[in-house]
Design a binder for this molecule. Sequence first.
Ligand SMILES: Cc1cc2nc3c(=O)[nH]c(=O)nc-3n(C[C@H](O)[C@H](O)[C@H](O)COP(=O)(O)OP(=O)(O)OC[C@H]3O[C@@H](n4cnc5c(N)ncnc54)[C@H](O)[C@@H]3O)c2cc1C
Length: 276
Amino acid sequence: MELSYGAWYIEGGIYKLIEALEKIIIQKNIEVKKDIKVSKINHKNNKVESVILNNGEEIKCDIVVSNVDPVITKSMLNNNVKIKNQSLSMSGLVLLVGTDKKFPELFHHNVIFSDNYENEFNEIFEQKKFPSDPTIYINCPTKTDKTLAPEGCESVFIMCNTPATEDTWGPNEIKNAVSKIRNKLVKQNLEKLIDDAKFIEVITPNDFEKKYAAPYGSIYGKVSHGFLGTIMRPSNKDKKIKGLYYVGGGVHPGGGTPIVIMSSGIVTQEIERDYV
Ligand SMILES: Cc1cc2nc3c(=O)[nH]c(=O)nc-3n(C[C@H](O)[C@H](O)[C@H](O)COP(=O)(O)OP(=O)(O)OC[C@H]3O[C@@H](n4cnc5c(N)ncnc54)[C@H](O)[C@@H]3O)c2cc1C
């Protein structure tokens, strides 16, 4: 997509997209409930009946469009569904860094590649460990968008690929991974990103799982590599329960913000075909 359409940036950051979508939804007189989760989807005679929220409230409905990974959604239909750490895409370790220095050597997008890319992916998918020589993606949005930090400061997003995992990322795991990242930054004279940071917020696979219901912290749900992996994504419509649809990075056509938005277009068409 980047090659065909270029890389795009929303001024103010990606959350502006969420705010813009919310504005459209509210203009259409749709109620938005925040800070609340769906804990159960009730169905009867193979038809959706209602959702139960985690405050106990029941909302009757004919259609549920789930934005959560399809395996997690299925566990809301049936308590016996086990969520396995198999065939899952990788997770990420993220450092959100605030500095009161400028880094003129950085661009908006920067990648420091592993010296052995094949070994890195072997460590992630086969050995299931944080890579010994990680590829590091550094995003410095303040190069493009001055609204994101005070003058003379930089806001920086540092990310490495890491396995989706049920293991706990504790202080030791974080310390070891940050040390590997720092070693790699030293070679580019960029270690001050960590050494002189005013603050660093660390986001681990455990956080992606806990905050966003990403299975084992996996960013893209089922893996999309391998034979037919890209085109055989989980479906947007439940095969058994009428009225249940799936949208988002875990289903067809796949992960990444633009593709997720396309996924919502596909689900809209499916619902129109089934109900209008
Ligand atoms: C660190 C990181 C960097 C990324 N970088 C990029 C990038 O540069 N470009 C790009 O295109 N993509 C990027 N992606 C991928 C992109 O963010 C995802 O593919 C996309 O956000 C998936 O959208 P989604 O709507 O499927 O899921 P999400 O954005 O995860 O939304 C799911 C929502 O459902 C909520 N939820 C979970 N459980 C429940 C429940 N029980 N009840 C109600 N709500 C619930 C969650 O809180 C969350 O808000 C990145 C992802 C990560 C994690």
